[in-house]
Ligand binder design. Sequence first.
Ligand code: LMR
Length: 394
Amino acid sequence: MLNNLKPQPADKILALMALYRDDPRPTKIDLGVGVYKNAEGVTPVMRAVKEAERRLVEEQTSKAYVALAGDPAYSNAMIELVLNNVVDRGRIAAVATPGGTGAVRQAFELIKGVSPDATVWVSNPTWPNHVSILNYLGMNHTAYRYFDSETRGVDFDGMIEDLAGASAGDVVLLHGCCHNPTGANLNQTQWQTVVDLLNEKGLIPMIDIAYQGFGDGLEEDAAATRLVASSVPECLIAASCSKNFGVYRERTGLLMAISEDAGNTAVTQGNLNHLNRQNFSFPPDHGARVVTTILTDDALRADWAAELEDTRLGMLRLREQLASELQRASGSDRFGFLAQHRGMFSRLGASADLVERLRAEHGIYMVSDSRLNIAGLNETTVPILAKAIVETGI
Ligand code: LMR
């Protein structure tokens, strides 16, 4: 049997991690995978996470199973963090999942089970694993225009024109904030236009929110998700704690499914529980418990929010520094978009060949679509990157 297996295509983000690891050059710079790194290149355990873990070690008395949906206290805390009570809690079913990817996977499976003919509309581009999972599940999907490679902003007219071609019951996958991989985001007015279109055409939004707190602030980054969720009859939301709590390897996510009518929530909840049971049974608990401990303790929550805010401001400073170094090095304003983008990523808009030259000649690693992780930089490496970008002719 195993002899018949075919090699699988490498995930381009994970393949890049391995290439970087094996590069012996001491000057190499990793701008690949979406993991936050501080100025010393370390992905720290956040202070509040350490403290919550210390409490758990001291106070936890059992590792027995919790529930298929995970601990309800975790769902409640996360629903409050993401939605801040803008939707009646009675309409929301939720399950803990292994990371944001687990939530995305469960959402897709839910759609596939209940609406096998629906098409899932994804932004062009989107996080590559969205498309990979849709293909793996054999689901109908298509792309809507999103990134304008000239302005490096959103091609909003193209987006709306494409989504106007969707059929009632189709699902539109939206990035709640900090679009991955481009860093280009809709403004408030544009979000309202999207909401109007969703309602007019009977489309179902699925929001992937994996970077809350990395863009304009914890509340600001949730604003679009709250607007959509409170304005449509049904909505799916896949939330991740990997980045904003720095608990990547603990696999901590939540899938929320909002029904039109609270009378439907119990059945929706049962379906979500069933999906967990079929795929992996009980979701991981440790990260979820750490997150709950932080969100339900005023002092811990304030400390976590403060550290997250420092992280966010540090990334913004790097963006501004990079944009101005590039302006100096290139003598033009064409990289100004880097300061406008938000979140961990920006798409430079360079060809795969030039990205490869950056890697080969300068030891600078970014994803082949020219996505760079701003958090992989520090004050010292920003000028090195700017010089390399200009020298490479990007
Ligand atoms: C990324 O986009 O780099 C992250 O979300 C990590 C991943 O799993 O791809």
